[in-house]
Design a protein around this ligand. Structure first.
Ligand code: ADP
Ligand code: MG
Length: 693
């Protein structure tokens, strides 16, 4: 009905107008009903001049007592009106844009009704560019009886036209009410209105509706739509998860090799590592694909957990693919895995995008023949030329660097070879706040490594003005003379890899000139893979004291002896990135320090970001703050995927409702497949692509 009824069936909408409405995502009448106002104006009652408040939007009447042209930096027309009830109270109307005819109309003695936001001006209260009309004080036109909505509009389709369409759509809604899809019990328990009433209220709120509540998105009518949208989203994820659980995967029993590795490690696994490992090992035995996300702050020891899982798969006769987001990280994993797997007799292979053809051919052959059991690489692993022999487990490290799409592409890769699907283990060092994880990765099981290896100390962080740069350099040189290894990070200054590299080059040069005895290395994205590899190895072997770097070292680089990090232009980096970078130190038992240099003046958010960094090195706290500042889309890097675009809900604002939504969606998925389908059609439609995974 309304879901099928084309917008052109409404009065005033021809093909041209319809096309404009499509730009707002509006195609059928139902879309119009879900196109909610951005805000509302309250013109249902008058406010007297002597009781207005600064910052308030008010409807005010008064008699013109004077008008004059104020000549200043910007000319403005000032019209002064007087309160009809309190002759000592005045309000100034200020117009920067006006024409002569208009100015003429504001003659003394006429009565105006104006609407706008009151602010404090040089001569008391004023409103800049109010909406206004001349009225007859003895016979004033009636006031509005509902609040006036303001809709998101598009070029060539303004407020007034949209308002007319809404009126038609709401009349249709009365004839053909939309189907209620939420359970009665939920609405009653939460004291929420039904769908049709909620829509009606939000388009035409009544004077008794609490505007402050609506502004804060706390009105029951809004809460109802928010919860419905969140439930629809959760339902999609839960169905995805259910489908996955019904598929088949190889049964990977744990053998003796995993224990052998654990016994040979120079450290004991933390309680958290053991717990998470247990969850993974258990999943691998189930015969259905594991879909597990392991979250663990930087340095919490995810790699060894991944290695043990890989061993379990390899020992059971299956292949394992380990994908890292950067070459540096893939290289590092390769070294760590070689060290752990070789003594056990497990063959490894690796692939990256810049490999020489001959070497690549050898690797590809080993992968295809199944000789190599564990395959490590960048996303090159999932190119078409790679054929796995018996892929049983896919491990994706630092997931947030890959989008949802890549995760799914990977999934497909494993599928094509047989009718079983590989297990998936996804590891992320970006601790995603729990509510966000439930929403973004609701199709995955979640494990958290919430403990650091013993002996790790907090990283002391100082925030300093860039004026102190030279002193910081001296301090660093002094430290390095005493055996400390340090990073100096020059982040992106321009959106150019070249300038980016140059900034690091200049700094490295400065160190080499002033402190020639200091062994200074330089690493940036423009170096060849082999060069990067050699420099990282030299730093790791302590053949270098100082590594000047761009943000290429952001993810995963592991040199436990490095204990000092300086980050320049720290104000330009986001919290997550600063946390990742800083996580390159504090990885051993040495007391570590970090200096954040900033270029004054600092913006308000810049200041609060750096303060958070100084106060805590708890990744979860930082992630919560980051969510507040940046919003979920950017944290997850899924802005473009459509997966996390909500029409009404906002993960920052509505996080508290997510557990409720999850609870009810589970009930719906169990008990009401008809409602589930209808909810998805209503809220998600065709634009969710990961449904097909
Ligand atoms: P991340 O979780 O950031 O990937 P890594 O796996 O790189 O962390 O581990 C960081 C460092 O901690 C490595 O040098 C690793 O060998 C070491 N490590 C891991 N687990 C432990 C542990 N239980 N005790 C001591 N050191 C550990
Ligand atoms: Mg890691």
């Amino acid at each position: 009905m309304l879901a099928q009824q084309d917008l052109t069936s409404l009065k005033g909408v021809g093909p041209k107008q319809a096309e404009k409405l499509h730009k707002l995502g509006l195609f059928v009448v139902r879309d119009l009903l879900f196109h909610l106002p951005l805000r509302y104006q309250d013109k249902t009652h008058k406010t007297d001049i002597d009781s207005i408040l600064i910052g308030q939007e008010a409807l005010i009447e008064g008699e013109i007592v004077s008008q004059h042209l104020n000549q200043g930096r910007r000319n403005s027309l000032l019209v002064k009106i007087q309160s009809p009830t309190c002759p000592a109270s005045f309000l100034t109307l200020r117009f920067f844009h006006f024409h002569y005819r208009q100015a003429q109309q504001f003659s003394r003695g006429k009565t105006l009704r104006v609407f706008g936001e009151v602010r404090s001006g040089p001569n008391g209260f004023e409103i800049v560019h109010p909406a206004y009309e001349f009225i007859d004080p003895l016979n004033p036109p009636p006031l509005d009886n509902t609040l006036t909505p303001t809709y998101p509009t598009t070029d060539g389709f303004g407020q007034a036209s949209l308002l007319k369409l809404m009126t038609q759509a709401l009349t249709l809604l009365k004839q053909y009410p939309l189907q209620e899809l939420l359970p009665r019990t939920l609405l009653e328990a939460q004291q929420l209105p039904d769908l049709n009433q909620a829509i009606q209220t939000l388009h035409q709120p009544q004077p008794e509706d609490d505007l402050q509540q609506i502004k804060a998105f706390q009105h029951p009518a809004q809460q109802r739509l928010i919860i419905e949208e969140l439930i629809s989203h959760q339902v999609g994820l839960q169905l995805l998860r259910k489908t996955e659980k019904q598929r088949f995967a190889p049964v990977l029993q744990s053998g003796r090799m995993a224990n052998e590795l654990i016994m040979s490690l120079p450290f004991q696994l933390t309680g958290a590592q053991q717990r998470v490992l247990h969850e993974i090992q258990n999943d691998l035995k189930q015969g259905h694909p594991m879909q597990r996300l392991v979250q663990g702050d930087v340095g919490s020891g995810k790699t060894v957990v991944a290695a043990i899982a890989a061993i379990q798969a390899a020992e059971a006769g299956y292949q394992v693919a380990i994908m890292a987001p950067t070459e540096i990280l893939a290289e590092q994993h390769k070294l760590a895995f070689l060290e752990w797997l070789e003594p056990l007799g497990i063959e490894t292979a690796w692939l990256n995008g810049k490999m020489k053809a001959a070497e690549k051919r050898v690797m590809l052959a080993q992968i295809e023949s199944g000789k190599a059991k564990v395959v490590i690489g960048t996303h090159a692993l999932f190119q078409d030329s790679v054929t796995f022999n018996q892929l049983g487990l896919v491990i994706i490290d630092e997931q947030h660097r890959f989008g949802v799409h890549q995760r799914l592409a990977l999934h497909e890769k494993g599928q094509t070879t047989s009718n079983t699907h590989p297990h998936q283990l996804i590891m992320t060092a970006t601790p995603i706040p729990r509510t966000l994880a439930m929403t973004a990765y609701g199709d995955l099981d979640l494990s958290v490594i919430d403990e650091r290896p013993p002996g790790r100390q907090h990283i002391d962080t100082a925030v300093l003005n860039n004026e102190k740069r030279l002193e910081v350099m001296e301090h660093l040189a002094h430290k390095c003379e005493n055996g400390v290894q340090a990073y100096w990070v020059c982040p992106l200054i321009e959106e150019s890899e070249l300038l980016h590299a140059q900034a690091a080059e200049v700094t490295a040069e400065q160190f080499r000139r002033q402190w020639p005895h200091l062994k200074t290395g330089l690493i940036h994205g423009r170096l060849k893979g082999d060069e990067k590899k050699a420099i990282m190895a030299a730093f790791k072997a302590h053949e270098l004291d100082l590594l000047v770097a761009t943000t290429v070292i952001e993810v995963g680089v592991n040199v436990p002896n490095a204990s000092l990090m300086i980050i320049e232009n720290a104000e330009r980096l986001g919290l997550a990135q600063l946390h990742q970078l800083r996580g390159r130190v504090g990885r051993g038992s040495l007391k570590s320090h970090c200096v954040l240099l900033y270029q004054a003046p600092l913006s308000q958010t810049g200041k609060s970001r750096l303060n958070i960094m100084r106060e805590t090195d708890d990744g979860f706290k930082i992630a919560e703050e980051d969510l507040k500042i940046r919003g979920p889309g950017e944290i997850l890097g899924t802005r473009q995927t459509g997966g996390l675009q909500f029409r009404i809900a906002d993960l920052r604002r509505d996080a508290a409702s997510i557990p409720l939504a999850q609870h009810w969606s589970a009930l719906l998925v169990e008990n009401d497949s008809v409602a589930v389908k209808a909810l998805q059609a209503r809220w998600i439609g065709q634009n969710i692509d990961y449904q097909h995974a």
